[in-house]
Ligand binder design. Sequence first.
Ligand code: NAD
Ligand code: ZN
Length: 344
Amino acid sequence: MRAIVFEDWQKFPILKDVEVPTPGPGEVLLKVAGAGACHSDVAIYNFEKDTRGAVPPSFTLGHENSGWVEELGDGVTGVRPGDACLVYGPIGCGRCKACSRGQDTYCENAASMPYLGVGLGRDGGMAEYVTVPVRNLVPLGDADPIAAAPLADAGLTPYHAIKQALPHLNGGGKYALVIGLGGLGQIAVQILKALTGATVIATDTKEEAMRTAEAAGAITVPGGDGQAERIRELTGGRGVDAAFDFVGVAPTIKTAAAVMARQSKLTIVGIAGGSYEWSFFTTPYESQLTNTYWGTIEDLHEVVDMYKAGQITPEIERFSLDDGLEAYRRLEAGQLSGRAVIVP
Ligand code: NAD
Ligand code: ZN
C-alpha cells in the first residue's frame, strides 16, 4: 500500500510503498477514511534531532484519523468489520493515573513508551490502512467519517482547551478571543459558539480565514498597529475572559496578554514556542497563563456528539494519497482554506 512517510530529520516526507500492517492482539486494522494534515506534522518533520518534543523517524504521518474496521486482532470484541470510527491518537501505558482517566497525552510512563501515538512514532493514517488499539476507537455510527477526521485533533485540542476555560466564560457579558483561524482555530470558534454565550473575537493574518470565522459568528479584528486597543474597545475596556492562541509566537502571545481581563485565562495551543515575560505589575490580577496538549478520549466522545448534533462542521479540502504531499506544501505556504484531509 502507499503511505506518506517521515523518513529523516528536517526532510520533507515522501510517498512510498509499504507493507499493509497486521493488527496485533487487542488491535484492529482500519481502512483509512480520512487523515487530516496538522500543522504539528510540519514541526515533526522540520525538527532537529534533539529538539524537545521531537519524535524520531521513521514512521507514517497522520495523527488525525478516521476509518472503517477491516480486520480484528486477537482478543478483540465489541467492534465489527465495517464500523466507522474516529481514532483517539495518543497512546500511553494504559495503567497510570493519567491514562486511567483517558488522558494518554499526560501518561506518567511516556518516557518508557516506544511511541507517543498513532502518527507520532507509530505508523499513522496517511496510508490506505492503519492499525490502532481497539481502546482508541470512538464510534461514529452513521456520521460521515471523512469530514469527521479533523475532529481527532483539530476538534479535540480546542475542545479540551475551551472546556478547561469554561469557568471563565460562564455567565452573561463574557468575551473570548481566538488567534489563528486555521484547522484548529475555525473549529474553536464553532465550539465556543455552541458551548458558551460569550462574544467571540477572532483574528488571523488571512482575510479569507476571518471571513469564515465571521460566518461562524465571530467578530474579527485584523492584525497590525492598534489591534490590542481595538479588541479592548470591543469589550468595553474590560478585556477578554478567555483567549486561545493557536499560533504561539511571541507577538501573538503579547497581543493576547495585552487584552486579558482580570481573573481571565490565556491558553497557548500553538507550538511555535514564543515566550512572554510575566511580572506582578504587568499581569492583570488573578489571570492565568497556561498551555495544553491534545485532549482526553472522553473529550473526543463529546466532540463526536457535537459533530452528530451539527454543532461542529469541519470545513475540509480533500486530497488523494497521491496528492498528499501537495497538501503539506499548501499547509506550509498557508494556502489551504479548510483542513486538508487525505482520502486514500
Ligand atoms: P494551520 O496552519 O491550519 O493554522 C494556523 C493559522 O494561523 C493560519 O490560518 C495562519 O494564517 C494563522 N497565523 C499564522 N501566523 C499568525 C499570526 N502571527 N497572527 C495571526 N494568525 C496567524 O495550523 P493548525 O493545524 O490549526 O495548528 C495551529 C497550531 O496549533 C500549530 O502550531 C500546531 O502545531 C498547533 N497544535 C497544537 C496542538 C496541541 O495539542 N497543543 C495540537 C494540534 C496542533
Ligand atoms: Zn500512562
